[in-house]
Design a protein around this ligand. Structure first.
Ligand code: FAD
Length: 482
């Protein structure tokens, strides 16, 4: 296996690495060892930004992804649009940097609508003014292609169909990872490892303390199987929504996400038995395409193979019912076609890492901005279905127009040489309910990748890295930090 240009050293010795008991089981079959400066596990929005940022800052980078494309939930899960990247007032774009570069490059090729042009109360998003204003609709196939290109340009080596299996530990320092590939087990040694698996697989197996969901009853947000439909008549759907405006839950704008009057009809006719009363639907970049965020699978544990597996089929069964509903009850969708379901069920929540700092819901709502903030966000605390499939909690920032996510939330306790980025950051379940959405997660990735490259350059560990130098570099490289 050739990891290409840059500094991957084939056949490096494993002598210096002490493998924990769990790793020893498979050691005999892990035939090849490689070296890289930075190993990123997981190619979702966080991981891909981490990998690009680390490579642009001079590190050799290997990005390993279990699927066949980059983008994680944004591509494999069909999740979209990118939630807001603006402040609470909707007047300042506060998530910029790599996120904005990706958006602008997508816009240039017709693969996205820039958030400055996408306002709340339109078919692309919802009626919620704070948090759903200035979203970014995008085309997942265009995103897949662009992320491949951006990784190649930066010199990131990407390995698809590769699962992180277990860490290679050198005492309390993570020294690399064992992967499972089509060719069997492969070992990679790295100076810094970034866990962007969403589920904190690396941190958990390396011995970092984690918490599953909300500790009160170990509840997690529900999983959702997204799907995409085409051949829809936008004018007819719009006319139906206009005609039913008086029928809305909310009177403060146009609600394109609901169609609850149609759900009620279907339920009365025996065509709807799901515990949902409305539809989450988002227009795609192409006029006749919609992305449907409506199925809800409760109590899924994506770290448990049986639970995750059952969720995939349960999600598809719900999609079947919802799609039939569209064809029968929604004007403009009588001839709709089911284009695809997600290639993975969408997981909103699983493990949360304990790091040097844990972001709290008060930090977000009170608009706190610590000095080592590596990103600013104004995303609301958005917790779906915690108390049953019908429940939703949505709380907006109270003080100020944004809050900061400190670097310390990316530095896990107990293990050296490791950073986390993405929805598994060190945050309480409620705070993660705010920063788990894609723009902040991408900014976190940029911060983690930049931090990793600075560690490689300076010889610092992630825990001892000069956060002020990191903040300065991020600002120089396009991040808005106030
Ligand atoms: C149903 C749903 C609706 C959502 N709606 C929105 C929305 O409208 N707007 C918005 O901005 N955000 C939304 N979100 C949130 C957002 O999509 C996620 O929180 C975000 O994608 C998290 O990014 P991530 O990179 O941390 O993880 P992920 O996107 O989950 O990516 C993790 C990647 O790691 C890979 N991976 C995992 N484990 C391993 C392993 N052991 N080895 C190798 N690879 C591995 C996965 O295949 C995946 O590609 C939604 C999420 C869900 C589930």
């Amino acid at each position: 296996m050739d990891f290409g240009r840059r500094s991957f050293l084939k056949g490096a010795s494993m002598a210096a690495v002490s493998v924990p008991a769990v790793a020893a089981v498979s050691a005999a079959s892990a035939t090849t060892t490689h070296e890289t400066d930075v190993l990123v596990a997981g190619g979702g929005p966080a991981g891909v930004c981490a990998a690009i940022a680390a490579a642009r800052n001079g590190a050799s980078v290997l990005l390993v992804e279990r699927g066949n494309c980059l983008g994680g939930m944004a591509t494999r899960g069909l999740v979209g649009p990118f939630m807001t990247c603006y402040d609470k007032t909707g007047s300042v774009q506060i998530i910029r940097g790599l996120f904005n570069e990706i958006v602008e490059r997508l816009v240039a090729r017709g693969g996205a609508i820039h958030p400055k042009d996408c306002r709340a109360g339109t078919a692309f998003t919802s009626w919620i003014k704070i948090g759903h204003d200035h979203c970014t609709p995008f085309e997942p196939e265009a995103l897949k292609l662009l992320l491949d290109e951006m990784c190649a340009e930066a010199g990131v080596k990407v390995l698809f169909h590769a699962d992180f299996v277990e860490p290679l530990m050198d005492g309390t320092r993570i020294a690399g990872a064992r992967l499972f590939t089509k060719a069997g087990f492969r070992d990679v040694r790295a100076k810094v490892v970034i866990d962007a698996t969403g589920d904190a697989d690396v941190a958990f197996r390396a011995g970092v303390p984690t918490e599953f969901g909300d500790p009160k009853g170990k509840r997690v947000q529900p999983a959702t199987m997204f799907f995409r439909i085409g051949n829809c008549d936008l004018a007819a759907i719009t006319a139906d929504i206009e005609a039913n405006k008086d029928n809305f839950y909310r009177k403060d704008g146009v609600n394109y996400r609901s169609l609850h009057w149609r759900v009620a009809e279907a339920r009365a006719a025996g065509d709807w038995n799901l515990k949902r009363v409305s539809i989450g639907l988002f227009r795609g970049v192409k006029e006749d395409e919609w992305f449907i965020n409506t199925s809800r699978i409760m109590g899924v544990d994506s770290t448990d193979p049986e639970s995750w597996s059952a969720a995939e089929s349960a999600g598809r069964a719900q999609v079947d019912q919802i799609f039939r509903f569209f064809r029968k009850y929604v004007p403009g969708c009588r001839d709709a076609r089911l284009l695809c379901t997600g290639s993975t069920v969408g997981v909103r929540e699983s493990r949360h890492v304990f790091g040097e700092y844990r972001l709290t819901v008060d930090d977000c709502l009170e608009g706190r901005v610590p000095a080592d903030s590596v990103l600013l966000a104004a995303n609301s605390v958005d917790i779906h279905g915690r108390f049953g499939p019908m429940s939703n909690q949505y709380v907006t920032v109270k003080n100020g127009n944004w809050y900061g996510v400190p670097y310390r939330c990316l530095v896990p306790l107990k293990v050296e040489g490791l950073l986390v980025a993405g929805r598994c950051l060190s945050a309480t379940s409620e705070a993660a309910g705010a920063v788990r959405v894609m723009p902040p997660v991408m900014a976190m990735g940029q911060a983690a990748g930049t931090a990793a490259a600075l560690c490689v350059k300076t010889g610092a560990s992630p825990r001892s890295l000069d956060a002020a130098a990191l903040v300065k570099t991020l600002k120089e490289q396009g991040a808005f930090l106030g």
